[in-house]
Ligand binder design. Structure first.
Ligand code: KG4
Ligand code: ZN
Length: 329
């Protein structure tokens, strides 16, 4: 079995995965959403302090499996440096004391392997990764052959939901509440500009859209609840239209046989619907992770670690680096 640890942002999570069968033997996550809610976003130092409390609590429940462990896996990139540090420190201590190897996991690749939790992997696949930190189209050939086709040059898709929610006083995380408000709103009421509409490049940008929403809120002055519903619906429609437009551009150069959506924001039902509509005429098969594995979790870190274990992709405890930002996969 492999014990995996995830602490790249505001979720403390540990999983235990069976190497032979991919079965998830144990999985627990303690989310810090409530603690960060009042600030409208994640406060890194607070997040680190909460990991220090939560991770040992979860680990306590895993002690009975220690004798069966063959490796310790941990997210070391990308993420918040102070929170990554907590998971990596715990992983190093476990690796040393149990005398088993350490596996360093890239969090973004982990999200891709959320598709294969308790399953066999099926590749190649083109992935749309939409999370709080990233918006990317990635061509995945194999574990170590992944190519980023397009990324965001500023805010990410999920982050733009968080920022709109903050402007409307709806707390953190913004994604679920903006989706809920959208269901009661008129998505045609506000005509927000679709980002990078004229650009031929496959790249994303959400800061301009965020600003357009800010200006609209200022113009309206005192907001009624219906105004908030309509802003959310119009914003969500535009945020998703931007992804769809760039995917259409990508399909002009490559039509994948399989397309997957992963990351915390892949839970968005309007996005799922629009991607389904887009892919239908091309007969592209659409795949998504189980809703419970869309947001950050250690089960996806354990699943990819199984593949890394099979090819002896280990790292020394003095060699493992914390890498807050990554350019390549
Ligand atoms: O993958 P994740 O848990 O953390 C990162 O790796 O960033 O993603 C969290 C992000 C947050 O920005 C959250 O607002 C967004 O995913 N999110 C959503 C939805 N559920 C979560 N965004 C849009 N619609 C949703 N239903
Ligand atoms: Zn994530």
């Amino acid at each position: 079995m492999i014990l995996s640890i995830e602490s790249s942002c505001d979720d403390s999570s540990i999983a235990i995965t069976d190497i032979k069968t991919n079965k998830l033997i144990y999985h627990k996550k303690i989310s810090q959403e409530l603690e960060h809610n009042v600030y409208g976003g994640v406060v890194p130092e607070l997040a680190a302090r909460l990991h220090i409390e939560a991770l040992p609590k979860i680990l306590e429940e895993c002690k009975k499996y220690f004798k069966d462990l063959k490796a310790i896996a941990v997210t070391n990139a990308p993420g918040l440096s102070v929170t990554l540090m907590e998971g990596v420190t715990m992983a190093k201590a476990l690796s040393l004391s149990l005398n088993i190897p350490l596996i360093a996991v890239n969090h973004l690749k982990g999200h891709i392997y959320s598709l294969f939790i308790e399953k066999e992997e099926w590749l190649p696949v083109t992935v749309l990764l939409v999370s709080g930190g990233h918006t990317q189209i990635i061509e995945v050939q194999s574990l170590n052959d992944m190519k980023i086709i397009g990324s965001s040059s500023d805010d990410s898709f999920g982050e733009s939901f968080d920022k709109v929610a903050k402007m409307l006083g709806l707390g953190y995380p913004g994604g679920p509440v903006v989706q809920e408000y959208s269901q009661k709103g008129d998505k045609e009421r506000f005509d927000f500009p679709i980002p990078l509409r004229q650009s031929p490049k496959i790249e994303f940008s959400y800061s301009g859209l965020k600003n357009a929403v800010r200006v609209q809120i200022l113009e309206l002055g005192d907001l009624t609840i219906q105004d908030k519903y309509d802003i959310c619906a119009s914003f969500q429609k535009t945020a998703v239209a931007h992804l769809i437009m760039k995917l259409k551009k990508y399909f002009k150069q490559t039509i994948p046989t399989k397309m997957a959506i992963v990351g915390g924001a892949s839970a968005n039902l309007y996005l799922r619907d629009e991607i389904n509509k887009l892919c239908k005429p091309y007969s592209i098969e659409i795949l998504v992770a189980d809703l419970k594995y869309c947001s950050d979790n250690a089960a996806m870190i354990g699943r990819i670690a199984v593949e890394q274990y099979k090819i002896n992709d280990f790292v020394g405890i003095d060699e493992i680096d914390i890498i807050p930002r990554v350019k390549k996969l």
